[in-house]
Each structure stands twice: as structure tokens, then as C-alpha cells.
Design a protein around this ligand. Sequence first.
Ligand code: ATP
Length: 370
Amino acid sequence: MHIQQLQLKNYRNYDVLNLSFDDKVNVIIGENAQGKTNLMEAIYVLAFTKSHRTPREKELIQWEKEYAKIEGTITKRNQSFPVEIILSTKGKKAKLNHLEQKRLSDYIGALNVVMFAPEDLTLVKGPPQIRRRFIDMELGQIQPRYIYHLGQYQKVLKQRNHLLKQMQRNQKQDPAVLRVLTEQLIEHATTLLERRFAFLDLLRKWADPVHHQISRGLEKLEINYAATIEVSEEANKATIETRYLAKFQEIEAKEIERGTTLIGPHRDDLLFYVNKRNVQTYGSQGQQRTTALSMKLAEIELIHNEVGEYPILLLDDVLSELDDYRQSHLLNTIQGKVQTFVSTTSVDGINHNTLKKAELFRVNNGKVDT
Ligand SMILES: Nc1ncnc2c1ncn2[C@@H]1O[C@H](COP(=O)(O)OP(=O)(O)OP(=O)(O)O)[C@@H](O)[C@H]1O
């Protein structure tokens, strides 16, 4: 799939922008703070309805303006269709084929995007929420129903945490209410866990050969899911539910004492092993980078396999962070089949042929010259 056109209005430092893209490689070049990431971010928002760098959507609207609009024309399975996101101080609207979608989960998935930015290099070493976010975003874009379940889980989690806080403060609360919320939480937690296990199975299938190749055959990558209950990935729904229930009963007093929910998918993590050693603890910086790159490349193949089309790849200021070998591997892999956007302050040191043939966009203070 690819994005043919992009129009922005009041988006970050862009007043009005109207661009047509090459369906192979587009290089966004400019000095610091001119709007390169803003442009990449706009494409990301068009896919996910939210930014990769801030949860505060107000920041996306140009200062002093009431709303921001991102419009795109997407080509997928040989058909072109418009997509649109409108952000305003009152909320957010997502339109597909000019029709407003009631639920964002009905919109997400229309456009598939894989973003690779310097912060993704911390996927391995960084805090667990980075890895949970990775699973949630990537799984969500191939299975929009997952986003719905995630939303339901978060809603109940919030209510349950609120209740536990009240119980912690010795405010009179009916323990039966806690039991009801626990049951509801378990139901959604089980669905999330089952879907995450299935996703991981797919991810491994692609990540393992990719990693083997980038490491020149020297490394074997394994990815494990660390859940807050003891359960195998093959476990069925009933078993997962039983394990959650038993654990919640075991830790009830502790949860009240702490005033928060201590187990569930919101506390799970991914563990990466290279040649049987944990990369988070023992991996060199190079191995951690290779692992992060393997995950991104695996995602591209996974989406291709699940959706039937390659996603759009956004490489935001990340090529210069990779050494020549990893850079070439990445560019060779995507060459000719993945519409790619590369942002950079300079093309010096990026010698790959793919970039020499790319369409250039020069960004200067919220204006773009082609
Ligand atoms: N809501 C907003 N309204 C207007 N301008 C904004 C808004 N948010 C950010 N900006 C401006 O956008 C610019 C930053 O753009 P961006 O993050 O795309 O930089 P960049 O070109 O990617 O630079 P770098 O190479 O340093 O990452 C800054 O000048 C900032 O002041």
C-alpha cells in the first residue's frame, strides 16, 4: 500500500501543506526543528489516530488554532480512497471514504504504518511500557478488535484501581464490588493475553530468520512473553481465567494495601534472548540495535503476510544511527516493495542506491520544496 497525497492544515508548524509522494522512497531533508518529524508524525497519526511521541493531542494542533486536519489518499489493493483525521479541542474525528467512523477501532487498519525512530532503539533496553506499547500498536493495526478489548480492559482497570485506592484509605467499600470488577478485568485480561500469545507466535516466525540474517548467521533470537501469572502460551481461555482468579485471590490483601492492581497485561513484558542470553541484561549495544531492527523488519513482513500488502515505512532520523551493514540490510530489504519515508538532516554518509533514486523534499520552517 502507499500514500499518494498528504494534506495538512494547522498541523504543528504546518499552516497548509499539500504533497504528492513517490510510491518508493521519499527523503525528507532539513535542518533541526524545521518540521521533518512533524511530517512523519502526521502520516503516523493518519494510521493510528494518535501520535508516537505524545499522548497529548492538543500539542498536534498549531499554536493558537482551534483544530488540525490531516488528509491522505491511500492506495491499497489497487484502489484509492481518502482518509482524514480532524483533531480539535473538543475531540477527534476519523473519516474513511468521507464517512466518520464511530469507533476509532473501525478506522485503524485502513492504513498500515511501521515507524522506526531513534527511540525504537530502546525497544530492547528501555522500560517495559515501551515493549507493551509495541505489542499493542502493532497487534492493534492488524487486528483492530484488539484495540476495542484493550480499551475495555483499561476502563475496568481504572475503576478497579479507584476502588482499591478507596479501600486502601479505609473508606467503607463493599468487597462484592471488588469481586465483580475483578471478574470483568479477568475476562478482558484473558482476551488480551490470548491475542498477544497468538501475535507473538507470528512475530517469532518472522523475527527469527531476519535476526539470523542481520547477524550474519551468528545469532539466534528468541522472544519470550513474561506474564504476571504462570501460564503457558498454549493454555486455553479457561486455564488463563483460572490462573488469574487464583492469583487475584492470593494477592487481594496486598492490592488493597498498595491501592492498585498488581497483575495483568498492563504489567507484562517481553524478554529477548540472543543465543540463550538475555539481551536486555547481557547484550552489547550492537546486539540490542540488531534486535530492535529485527523486530521492525519482522513487523513489515508480518503485516504483509496478514494484510496482503506491505505497510508504509517511516524511518525518522534513524538511518544515521545504524552502521553501514545494518543500514544496507534495511534498505536492501525494503527496496522496491515498501513505500518508505526517510527523514534526515543530511544525506552524507547514506550511500545506498535506493536513496540516490529517491524523491527529495526539503523542509524549511513548516514549508516544503520538492
Ligand atoms: N503545535 C505546534 N504549533 C506550531 N509549531 C509547533 C508545534 N509543535 C511543534 N512545533 C514546532 O515544530 C518544530 C519541530 O519540528 P520537528 O519536530 O518536525 O523537527 P525536525 O525537523 O524533525 O528536527 P530534528 O532534526 O531536530 O528532529 C519546532 O520548531 C517546534 O517549535
